[in-house]
Ligand binder design. Structure first.
Ligand code: G3P
Length: 218
């Protein structure tokens, strides 16, 4: 399973990349706004800065909702760097745009996926990735991990090549469960990735090893 980081914060992207396990980055308009990145020129420069840090796919989201606008933006984003994956919302025009961009050889990530039906449509259109939002489903008392499992089963039965990118990750359990049920990729905030490191027995065990070494060598 690939690990993407879900942020537009360059320091956090660098920190995750320095771990040596980072496979890519996902962003969205909310994450760009959170970093104070505004205006087309600055947004484009920021995507280039992200691409310069990571060796992997970088999802950049369109803000148009009509077919022509999405294609125009998608072409502009894809021209920035070969790492760019054009993120397109799961709407009718979006499906058409995914089909078109795919036929041009441009990678796509269908975002805001909340059902298996939506996942099937995006896969049929040729999306490189689909992004089911598991945290936002959990927030409204639907089981986000169950959706990942259902889509993984459907894609395996049908032989779809589209990769399942578990998004809207809120905690390390989401990452572990996504791996268990067959997600190809998770995209997560840095804190949930770092939380995977933690175990109290690791900390106390290391403390004891070091104390015993010091005693024996003093
Ligand atoms: O990037 C899309 C997704 O990961 C957003 O997550 O936490 O805003 O639901 P969240």
């Amino acid at each position: 399973m690939k690990f993407f980081i879900d942020t537009a914060n360059l320091a956090q992207i660098k920190e995750a990349n320095d771990l040596g396990i980072l496979d890519g980055v996902t962003t969205n308009p909310s994450l760009m706004a959170k970093e104070g990145i505004t205006g087309t020129d600055n947004v484009m420069k920021h995507y280039k800065a992200i691409c310069a840090i990571v060796d992997g796919d970088v999802s950049a989201e369109v803000i148009s909702t009509d077919f022509e606008g999405m294609i125009r933006e998608g072409e502009m984003l894809a021209a920035l760097d070969e790492k760019i994956v054009v993120k397109i919302p799961m709407i009718k025009e979006g499906i058409k745009a995914i089909k078109h961009l795919t036929s041009m050889g441009i990678k796509t990530n269908c975002t805001l996926v909340f059902s298996s039906g939506q996942a099937i449509l995006a896969a049929k259109a040729g999306a490189t990735y689909i992004s089911p939002f598991i945290g936002r489903l959990d927030d409204i008392s639907y089981d986000g991990i169950q959706l990942i499992a259902e889509i993984a089963q459907i894609f395996a039965v049908q032989g779809y090549q589209t990769q399942i990118l578990a998004a809207s990750i809120r905690n390390p359990i989401h990452i572990i469960k996504s791996a268990q049920v067959g997600a190809h990729v998770i995209t997560s905030p840095l804190d949930s990735i770092l939380a995977l490191l933690k175990h109290p027995l690791t900390d106390s065990g290391l403390e004891k090893f070091l104390a015993d070494h010091k005693k024996a060598n003093s």
